[in-house]
Design a protein around this ligand. Structure first.
Ligand SMILES: NC(=O)c1ccc[n+]([C@@H]2O[C@H](COP(=O)([O-])OP(=O)(O)OC[C@H]3O[C@@H](n4cnc5c(N)ncnc54)[C@H](OP(=O)(O)O)[C@@H]3O)[C@@H](O)[C@H]2O)c1
Length: 264
């Protein structure tokens, strides 16, 4: 998609990967509507990139309701690119999690992205233009103890995106799945700092398999992928093989169903 003057709705924009992607989209001429809870950082970034801040808690169903319509009303233009980036992990074994924590993670990590896609898609299909970016994780395929709701949500998001690709075959709406390993942001600091995960990280370090990705580099790869209609962004490179194993059955089904339309 040509990103000059494109309208991008980006969740989880107040820091980390989301803030880096906002700057990268803006550098390519896109106009942004930024969503998160933290009003101060969100407004400051909106001022910096010349976009609009929409403060919302995506864990709250009533704040998700009509969010795409509110973004379009605030901006005066339809959404061309929806980036579902907001994510939340609260580390600990499921046996010790509160009902609220479990529900909050499933809401932010799974229900919110699915709901925003549901809201954005009809308009994109009607206008014949749209791109859906879904930020999943390497944890969609590699299990991490203490991250039950998060990892399960990311696995579901990756499958959601694969099914969506079948539903969208033959339409002009494109998708990009982002599956990063560790990215140097607050979320990663929280994982690394968690006492529950220390034995996990000790073992991974001994095996020499932990490599962090710079959020600015990853943001550039994601925005490149939207510009060039690429379906998958994987980082770091050394983790790509693991993701390929998981993707293989999805690719096979896509191949088997090539040319089949489901909207007739
Ligand atoms: N960092 C990693 O190692 C890593 C690896 C793989 C995938 N990812 C994924 O990358 C994405 C970005 O994460 P990050 O690393 O940039 O984490 P981060 O620095 O913690 O940022 C998370 C973003 O999500 C927003 N968010 C969290 N809860 C929210 C809620 N209830 N309502 C609205 N917004 C909410 C936060 O904003 P507020 O707190 O202001 O609401 C923040 O802008 C996530 O989907 C994450 O799962 C990260």
């Amino acid at each position: 998609m040509d990103l000059r003057d494109a309208r991008v709705l980006l969740t989880g924009a107040s820091r980390g990967l989301g803030a880096a992607m906002a700057r990268e989209f803006a550098a390519r001429g896109s106009h942004l509507v930024l969503v998160a809870r933290s009003q101060g950082p969100l407004r400051a970034l909106a001022d910096e990139v010349g976009g609009t801040a929409l403060v919302a808690d995506l864990a709250e169903p009533h704040q998700r309701d009509g969010l795409v319509a509110r973004a379009e009303a605030a901006d005066g233009r339809p959404v061309d690119v929806l980036v579902n980036n907001a994510g939340l992990v609260e580390v600990g074994p499921l046996a010790e999690a509160s009902a609220e924590s479990l529900a909050r993670q499933l809401a932010v990590d799974l229900a919110a992205p699915a709901e925003l896609i549901r809201q954005a898609l009809p308009g994109m299909l009607a206008r014949g233009r749209g791109h859906l970016v879904t930020v999943s994780s390497l944890q969609s395929t590699t299990p991490t103890p203490g991250c039950t709701a998060y990892g399960a949500s990311k696995a579901a998001l990756s499958q959601l995106q694969a099914i969506l690709r079948l539903e969208l075959a033959g339409t002009p709406v494109r998708t990009t799945l982002v599956s990063p390993g560790p990215v140097a942001t607050d979320l990663w600091d929280d994982l690394e700092g968690s006492s529950y995960l220390q034995p996990f990280f000790r073992r991974l370090r001994r095996l020499g398999v932990v490599a962090t990705v710079d959020p600015v580099d990853l943001a550039r790869s994601v925005v490149d992928a939207v510009e060039r209609d690429r379906r998958h962004v994987r980082a770091p490179r050394r983790a790509a093989g693991l993701l390929w194993f998981n993707e293989a059955p999805r690719r096979l089904v896509e191949l088997a169903l090539r040319g089949v339309r489901f909207d007739e």
